[in-house]
Design a protein around this ligand. Structure first.
Ligand code: FAD
Length: 219
């Protein structure tokens, strides 16, 4: 008999978990609070080499998934005054030459989302987990789902964690601000290709990287 898995949250972790469970012979269903998938939302992520290995473990070809990304093997950390604090490798290269790769979050998400579709894994949208009763997950609109396994992949403010472990420390705001986007064309003092530059202030932090086409990706 195939075991059923209830995966709460259809972001990066939820889609990746559902693919892994499906490969292991489970029948996962993803329950996502949003009314539709994340599409183009988000800015970028730098996938370290262990993330590249994880793509392989999910049966995905990193060369295809990361085709629109670019190698970012180094991170340079700066203080608020601009002083360089450290410049360290971001891991790798792996024996096959893979290095940490910066990719638009929407490209990574789309690849995982497409694999979920290809495997016929259902995603139920508009399903916001509110409670868990025994083996039954309960959603805000009255829906319920029963499974042999419940996975919380519902992000930073995980309701799953709150319900299953009410004493777990809740995340709290540290007073840091951040925003992000993509900027065309040359930007003064932009980091050289391959380097993720991070600057830390007391109230904000800033990270930026130069793409091969000269655009600057920042958050
Ligand atoms: C739309 C979006 C864009 C982002 N863009 C970036 C980015 O550009 N760069 C970056 O570094 N990080 C970004 N993040 C954060 C980043 O995804 C996380 O840091 C990291 O990828 C963790 O992934 P996750 O799957 O654990 O959580 P998330 O990516 O936060 O996904 C959690 C999912 O669970 C869903 N969910 C939440 N509560 C419930 C509930 N009660 N019931 C059911 N579903 C629920 C959310 O709608 C979300 O889809 C983004 C997050 C989101 C949601």
């Amino acid at each position: 008999m195939t075991n059923e898995a209830v995966v709460i949250g259809g972001g990066i972790a939820g889609t990746a978990t559902a693919i892994a469970l499906h490969r292991a012979g489970w029948r996962p269903v993803i329950y996502e609070a949003a009314e539709r998938d994340a599409g183009e939302r988000g800015v970028f992520v730098t996938l370290a080499v262990n993330g590249v290995t994880a793509l392989r473990a999910l049966g995905l070809d990193p060369a295809t998934v990361l085709a629109r990304g670019f190698a970012t093997p180094v991170i340079a950390l700066h203080g608020a005054s601009g002083r360089l604090l450290a410049e360290v490798p971001l891991g790798g290269p792996l024996p096959d030459g893979s290095v940490s790769t910066t990719i638009r979050r929407s490209d990574l998400y789309s690849a995982l989302r497409a694999e979920v579709t290809a495997r016929g894994i259902p995603i139920e949208y508009g399903a916001r987990l509110t409670g868990v009763s025994g083996a039954v997950a309960e959603f805000a609109d009255g829906r319920t789902a029963r499974g042999d396994l419940l996975v919380g992949a519902d992000g930073l403010h995980s309701r799953t964690r709150e319900v299953l472990d009410p004493k777990a420390p809740a995340p709290h705001y540290l007073g840091l601000l951040n925003t992000g986007g993509f900027t065309d064309g040359p930007v003064r003092d932009a980091p050289p290709p391959g380097v993720m530059r991070m600057s830390f202030g007391r109230r904000a932090f800033f990270g930026w990287v130069t793409a091969p086409d000269g655009s600057v990706w920042w958050f």
